[in-house]
Every structure is written in C-alpha cells, then in structure tokens.
Design a binder for this molecule. Structure first.
Ligand SMILES: [Zn+2]
Length: 455
C-alpha cells in the first residue's frame, strides 16, 4: 500500500523494524498511488474506451499519466536507493560513531545518551530525504493532484518529524538495548516485540490520521449515502454503524478520490474523502466500500499478520547474521566500538545503524514478494466488492468498471504500466487489470452465484 507522506514518515520506524510491513494489507487505500487531476471529477460515466481496454483516458490526460508515472517510478527507486546510501554514508564516514561520541560527551545517563543519539539520527535521516519529498510535492502540485500550499505541507512535515522523534527514538532505543542485553538472541526478542508494535500501529492509525486531517460524521452532509452504505454493511455483516462513518476533508490537500476502512477493534471505521462523496455516483462509493469490507471479512488483517510474523522471523534471523558479518568485516573501519570492552559490535549505538541498513536492504529485496501477496489480497477484495453490491446497485460490472475509471483518471494512473514496474512496485494490481477483470466478472449469469455470497 502506498500511503500519504506524513503517515509514511510516522510508520517509518515500524517499516525499519518489520522490514516487510508492506505485507500488511490493513492500511489499504482504495487507490494505490498519490496523484490526481486539477479539475473536479465529473459524475458522468467515463468515455467509452476506443479499444478493448476497460480503463482508458482522454488523450491529454493519457500523456500526463504516462509522464507522471515515469516520474513516480524514478522517485520511488531513487528514494529507496538514497535511503540505503544515507545509512551506509553515516557508517562509512564514521559520522554515526561521531554522533555517538557526541551524545556521550553531552549527557551522563546512558539512556538519555541513547535517546539523543537516535533522535539526532532520525532527524538527519529525515532531512536527507527532504529533497526527494520536495520534488514529489512539486510534481504532485504541477499535475494538479496536490492542491496543498507549501505552508500547510511544511506543517505536515513538522508534525511527522515530531511524531517520529516522540515514538521512533524510544523504540529504537528499546531495540538497541535488546541487542546489548542479548547479543546472541536479540533478533528473536526483537521479532516478538515487533509484532505487538505493529498491532498497536494499526489500532492507532485512525488516531494519527486526525493529526493531519479534519473529520466529520458522514451523516452530517451525506445522510442518503450513509443509508445506502448501511445496506452493504447488512449484506457483508461488517457491523460498522453510522457513527463509525466519517467524511475526511481531503479537498484542502488533494483532488484525488478515496474511501477506505481503517483501524481495528474500537478504532475500526469507514472514511470517505470529501473529494469522493457527491463527486462520483453513490453506487461507486458502495463498490469501494464493498472492496474495503472484503479486507475485513476475508481476514486479510490476521492473514497479513501471520505472513508477516513468519517472514519477519526469518528476515530478522538473516539480518542479524548478515549484520554480524558486516560488523566483523568493517567494525574497525566504521568505528563500531564495543569489541574492545568485550561487547558485540552491533550493540553499540552506531552498531545498531548496521542492523537498520541490513533491514532496509533485505526489505527492498523482499519488496516484490510482499507486493505479490498484497496484490493477491487486493484482487480478492475486488471480487468481494463486486459481489457485495450485487442486488444493491443496478449493474455491479458497470459500476465497478466506472469506479476504476474515475479512480484512475483522478490519480492519473498509467493505463499500460511496465510489467516489471508492476511486479516490483505495485501493491495493488494495475487499474487496467482491475477494470478488465471487473468488466468480465459476472458469476450470476445463467443463475450462478459468486465466491463469497450465496446470491
Ligand atoms: Zn484494498
């Protein structure tokens, strides 16, 4: 799932720790990429495709979408590689060792030195990524996808940094401490702690959203839509009452469309962006909601957790071994310390950066695997969504195809992405393949029924 920049920063820590957080489908948004058009999206059905493809764009938007997706791909790849380069540079230039020595000179208590070190590290790391963030926002504004002013954008950035320091530094300190007290089995303890942390992150996600955006009850402006969403709730058994349905004031920042289910347990809710409600037909919002409900009904959250648990067990184990080798090979050159006082070189503060570097490398290499699993869940949710609105809208096929066209047009999605990019980067199937599937999915023909509903 690609999520908003601010959230991305906030979840950076868990990403580092879990490596494969990309497996987690619960923060799924209906749409995969941050982008959209300057003009409000019309509620008229999209133009009939000239070819056999179910998702198509008018020529001017097509040209923009192709250029934009190239820029996005380059930014994604550059961002990943730059992230690795920054960690490696911190070690190779001995800046990390210098930072640790500086914290030791400045403060007396060990845990305070650690907090200062990790706060400074997170700050440096975020600032290093700032130029790419800036370019991303510039591009997004140029294509009319973002309408957020620079003041507001910087404000969001400051909030994200604040959250990162507040939660990130103590979490890194905790894991650093675990390495120190258990140099042999630290990866196992880290693995046990990372999972509940991810669960807490999922639970807190809707609360963190409130720091960035304003929400109001959906019934306030769209009572008719709420009544219709309740029919989907009844059919799917998701037990989301109207009080748990919110309108997010996204229009202050973006022209993109979105609706999703987020949170778990007491924080579980449906969020519809104000760029979506009233802008596309209610039938299509119902379909998007059906898709999102699918993630819950089909247990994608516990399944994602289970897959993440199993894979991170091996990832942490491999990372510990790989980082141990790096520490032995480069420990002196990077001034990791620790060894002369009889400690594991990874247990020092700068040594911990080696672990983060290795986790990032393994996370990047594992990204296609995580994305393949995510795309599988998304496809299942698409099927579920289309079946969920059967009987509630006049034509589920047409509704789904039209919704994909509206989403694709709003976010300027490339109708014909490179298969390699799709394989490596996409956590949702391409809009084209989703629309094509929806166009031909009709299990009710000849008296049949779908996979998930008896009728
Ligand atoms: Zn989804």
């Amino acid at each position: 799932m690609r999520i908003a920049r601010g959230m991305l920063l906030a979840s950076y820590i868990l990403l580092l720790l879990a490596g494969l957080l990309a497996l987690a489908p619960w923060s799924c948004r209906a749409q995969s990429a941050p982008a959209s058009t300057a003009a409000p999206v019309s509620t008229a059905p999209p133009a009939q495709p000239a070819n056999s493809q179910a998702y198509s764009l008018p020529p001017d938007k097509l040209a923009k979408a192709i250029t934009l997706s190239r820029i996005r791909d380059i930014l994604d790849i550059a961002g990943s590689l730059w992230g690795l380069a920054v960690l490696w540079l911190l070690l190779a230039t001995r800046a990390a060792a210098g930072l640790a020595a500086w914290a030791e000179r400045l403060l007396r208590r060990r845990w305070m030195q650690g907090l200062l070190f990790f706060a400074a590290f997170l700050l440096i790391n975020s600032l290093a990524g700032l130029p790419l963030d800036l370019i991303g926002h510039l591009v997004s504004r140029h294509y009319g996808i973002s309408v957020q002013g620079w003041g507001s954008w910087l404000g969001d950035l400051a909030k994200a940094m604040g959250l990162l320091l507040l939660f990130g530094a103590p979490v890194l300190l905790l894991f650093n401490w675990i390495v120190r007290v258990s140099p042999r089995r630290f990866w196992l303890w880290a693995w046990m702690i990372a999972l509940p942390l991810m669960l807490i992150g999922t639970f807190a996600s809707p609360l963190i959203d409130r720091i960035y955006n304003k929400f109001e009850p959906l019934t306030q402006s769209y009572p008719a839509l709420v009544a219709r969403l309740e029919t989907v709730v009844a059919r799917t058994g998701t037990k989301i009452p109207p009080q748990r349905m919110f309108l997010m004031k996204a229009s202050a920042k973006t022209t993109g469309l979105n609706a999703y289910v987020t949170g778990i347990g007491a924080t579980k809710r449906i969020v519809v962006w104000d760029t979506t409600a009233g802008r596309i037909p209610d039938d299509e919002v119902l379909f998007i909601f059906g898709h999102e409900s699918g993630h819950y009904v089909l247990n994608h959250i516990p399944k994602g957790m289970a897959i993440t648990a199993v894979s991170t067990f091996f990832v942490f184990w491999i990372c510990a071994a790989f980082a141990g080798w790096l520490a032995r090979r480069f420990g002196m050159r990077w001034r990791l310390g620790g060894v002369e006082v009889g400690q594991h070189a990874l247990a020092s503060r700068q040594g911990f950066i080696v672990l983060l570097l290795v986790l990032s490398i393994v996370g990047l290499v594992g990204q296609p695997a995580g994305n393949a699993i995510s795309r599988h869940f998304e496809h299942e949710a698409d099927i579920y969504g289309q079946e969920a609105i059967h009987g509630l809208v006049a034509d589920p096929q047409k509704t789904a195809v039209s919704a994909f066209n509206h989403l694709g047009e709003a976010w300027l999605e490339d109708p014909d992405p490179s298969p390699l990019i799709e394989f490596w980067e996409y956590d949702h199937p391409s809009v084209q393949s989703r629309a094509n599937f929806a166009l031909h999915y009709d299990p009710w023909a000849n008296g049949g029924h779908g996979r998930f509903f008896a009728k």
